[in-house]
Write a protein that binds this ligand. Structure first.
Ligand SMILES: [Zn+2]
Length: 94
């Protein structure tokens, strides 16, 4: 798991609490030390392990994508060859 870092006091001790927003209860992440509301986008940090995991996941995704594109290229080439053969046979027969 990553961690939250409070921009106000620098604490990494956060908890999930609820807050009233326009009369509705919403869940928020708050700093346990000063009560600052923390945002997932800017106050959330990944641990080294998570960064590695994410990099590995992206690398794997890129490899899969490449493999899929390769298959597509092969398929296009095969279809092209089949069309060539058909056209050639047509020319030879008639
Ligand atoms: Zn704080």
């Amino acid at each position: 798991m990553g961690y939250y870092k409070c921009p106000r006091c620098g604490s990494t001790d956060a908890f999930e609490g609820t807050e009233l927003n326009n009369g509705r209860k919403v869940s928020v992440i708050k700093c346990r030390d000063c009560g600052e509301i923390l945002r997932k986008k800017k106050d959330y940090f990944l641990t080294e392990e998570e960064k590695r995991f994410e990099a590995e996941f992206e690398a794997q995704y890129a490899r899969d994508k490449e493999a899929r594109e390769k298959v597509d290229e092969d398929l296009v080439l095969k279809i092209f060859l089949i069309i060539c053969v058909v056209v050639l046979l047509y020319i030879l027969i008639f």
